[in-house]
Design a protein around this ligand. Structure first.
Ligand code: MSP
Length: 671
């Protein structure tokens, strides 16, 4: 059994706000870490934010902020979110912090010194007029830039390549020799076949933007954001003399280091990360113990989209229901490692069945019976005299199974085993029937039954604590037990012969652990919590008349929803993916920009939009936008005619564009 445990979450991109997917990984990591704490292991949890790269640089420009001001503001949202979910990481790393930058450069130097990098070039089309690279699909026939109507040039950008191809055999040997390195098994198999298919050297630096860690010795380059991001797991533990370094990599020690990641980013962690570390001179023994990929969540059966994300705010859920209820549902309802659904109705059903009726009810009954049958004084019964019908056999087996399941990251199973104990204890109350013993005047038997139940509840309070830490402490207070006090070497998990209760201590004040709702209250809560179908932005007609714009904007979230429309009415609106090829100010119109937008048509469209108070023209070139393509042309006079509308929201000086993934082809229809 390891005595030192290091667990990490991915570091989250700060161009988004914390959503249920981020909450899932973070809560899972926190629960696993709390399990290790109660086992008396020295444990450490790391999370943080990924703050470099083009995506962030652009998001900052769009928000009209410097990249540093933008990331500082956005990362605060992640940092502040986790305590609301009772997640308590030991460290929160920002990739723009000097401690990270310096050590990432150190890692780079080590890779370089070992011959893992070489300077090369990647090739693509370049339009000097636009000063930007173009792909084939951006160009007109004959490789002509649609904006400048001139042929583009083939240009090479200098880049450092990482020798990934050469790492293939060593990686395959690693996966073979350490079958646990990637889990679950199905994900491991995917990675193995990917690597067996051959690897290509990886471009790991850029010269065309600046928002990244400068490459040591060649500051014209910044590092590829994934090199920088993955390094965080190592940089966060400090230099070789830092005591935190004991957590990983620490040779010859009983140490386990686990990276929890979503399946979307497994390849980066299971292929690139070990390859970077090996190239930096670490050995196979130094690598993390495991990369565990969990599945993806849907919400009420639907893929999480940006619009839904806003509605399914984990912080709001935690505030309405308490963090423990959210944690329970996330960890119990979804098999860890597989995709799963976060269903609000199932949440309410599990609340009722598992939390209120099984665990809450067991506590309430036991405390109620103790008050009634022993005058509120917990009976003094020697451990040997407790009722082994409940405490031994199946319960012992479940306690041991839950520990193994936590160790294997089978979190949902560990919870299942724990709640099975609560269910057995409830059956025991019915079957042992202390009220009958009381009627017979058999106080000794009453005392044994109640002491047994109090003991079982004390042990359960330890076992549930990784998942519902707040409620575990409430349970203990009601049972008259001190709050859980963890410490290195102090294993609090129930074991053969261990005993939780002191004898005869006074009970605390009883209160329902999970208050029940009646049907109406439950319905009202569901209505409050469930995501509403996304309301479309107001039609152009509701755009303030004073805004001479071809941009659809909503200036306020309180704008009344427009009347319902039929599906046919919706499909009458031709929404298309556009790529902004050129953009310029309109003389003497300080709100307007004139855009030329590629909609997959032979010629780019001219669209005049009221974007100038938010965006500099050059910030829009290359952006993918959503365009109403069949809007009647609008004549602004002096030959200026707009042939479409770009969708956006917000006040005219802080607009946000409706966007679409970078791989959507210009002209694709949205429906
Ligand atoms: N910055 C990178 C990670 C770098 S780690 C060195 C990144 N960030 S992210 O903000 O996009 O967060 C990705 C992680 O969020 C996923 O791997 C997963 O942990 C979590 N999830 C995001 N959406 C999710 C779901 N719908 N369901 C479950 N988890 C999801 O990628």
């Amino acid at each position: 059994m390891p005595t030192r445990f290091y667990i990490t979450t991915p570091i989250y991109y700060v161009n988004d706000v914390p959503h249920l997917g981020h909450a899932y990984t973070t809560v899972a990591a926190d629960a696993v870490r709390r399990y290790h704490l109660v086992r008396g292991h020295e444990s450490r949890m790391l999370t943080g934010t990924d703050e470099h790269g083009l995506k962030i640089e652009r998001a900052a420009a769009e928000a009209g902020k410097t990249p540093q001001a933008f990331v500082d503001e956005m990362s605060g949202r992640f940092r502040d979110a986790w305590p609301v979910l009772s997640a308590r990481p030991d460290d929160f790393i920002h990739t723009t912090e000097p401690r990270h930058v310096a050590l990432t450069q150190e890692l780079w130097r080590r890779v370089e010194a070992n011959g893992g990098l070489y300077l090369g070039a990647y090739e693509d089309w370049y339009c000097v007029g636009c000063e930007s690279f173009k792909t084939d699909k951006d160009l007109l026939p004959g490789n002509v830039c649609p904006m400048h109507q001139k042929p583009v040039e083939k240009v090479r950008e200098e880049t450092y390549f990482f020798r990934l191809e050469a790492a293939q055999q060593r990686l395959l040997a690693l996966y073979r020799d350490r079958p646990d390195f990637i889990q679950p098994e199905s994900r491991r198999n995917e990675v193995v076949s990917f690597v067996e298919g051959g690897l290509k050297d990886l471009s790991v630096s850029r010269t065309s933007f600046r928002w990244g860690v400068p490459v040591p010795g060649n500051p014209a380059h910044v590092m590829y954001v994934w090199f920088d991001a993955l390094a965080n797991y190592w940089t966060a533990l400090g230099g070789p003399d830092d005591p935190r370094r004991e957590f990983w990599p620490a040779k010859g020690r009983d140490t386990r280091a686990v990276h929890l990641v979503g399946k979307d980013i497994l390849r980066f962690h299971a292929v690139y990360w070990p390859a970077f570390l090996l190239a930096a001179g670490f050995t196979e023994d130094d690598l993390p113990s495991q990369i565990f990929a969990h599945g993806f969540l849907t919400v009420d059966g639907q893929k999480m989209s940006k619009s839904l994300r806003n509605a399914v705010d984990p912080l709001r859920l935690a505030r309405e229901l308490g963090p423990d209820v959210l944690r329970y549902q996330l960890l119990r309802a979804i098999a860890f490692g597989q995709d799963g659904d976060f269903d609000h109705k199932a949440l309410m059903a599990n609340y009722r069945a598992d939390l209120a009726n099984t665990l809450g009810n067991l506590l309430q009954r036991t405390l109620g019976l103790t008050t009634k049958l022993t005058g509120g004084r917990p009976p003094r019964v020697a451990t040997a005299d407790l009722d082994h019908e409940l405490l031994d056999g199946q319960v012992r087996a479940l306690e041991a199974a839950a520990a193994v399941q936590w160790d294997r990251l089978e979190i949902h199973r560990a919870i299942e085993s724990t709640w099975a104990i609560a269910a057995l204890a409830n059956q025991y109350v019915d079957h042992a029937a202390p009220w009958t013993a009381a009627k017979r005047g058999d106080q000794a038997r009453v005392d044994v039954i109640l002491a047994t139940l109090l003991e079982a509840l004390g042990r359960l309070s330890v076992m549930v604590s990784p998942v519902i830490p707040g409620k575990a402490d409430e349970m203990r207070a009601q049972l008259g037990l001190p709050p859980l006090s963890t410490g290195v070497g102090r294993d609090l998990w129930p074991h053969e012969g261990s005993q939780e209760r002191y004898r005869g201590e006074a009970l605390g004040a009883a209160a329902p652990l999970f208050p029940t709702f009646d049907k109406d209250a439950e319905q009202a809560l569901l209505e409050k919590l469930m995501p509403k179908p996304a309301t479309p932005d107001p039609s152009p007609a509701s755009t303030p008349a004073s805004t001479p714009t071809s941009t659809s904007t909503s200036t306020s979230t309180t704008t009344p929803a427009p009347a319902e429309i039929t599906y046919d009415q919706f499909t009458a609106v031709d929404l298309r993916v556009g790529v902004v090829m050129a953009c310029e100010r309109v003389p003497r119109k300080d709100k307007l920009l004139r855009l030329r937008v590629d909609l997959g048509e032979p010629e780019p469209r001219v669209i005049v939009a009221g974007l100038a108070q938010t965006f500099a023209p050059e910030a829009l070139v290359g952006r993918r936008v959503v365009v109403v393509a069949n809007l009647a042309p609008r004549d602004f006079g002096k030959g200026l005619v707009s042939h479409g509308m770009v969708l956006a929201t917000g006040p005219s000086d802080a607009l946000r564009l409706a966007t679409i993934g970078d791989d959507a082809a210009p002209g694709s229809r949205l429906r």
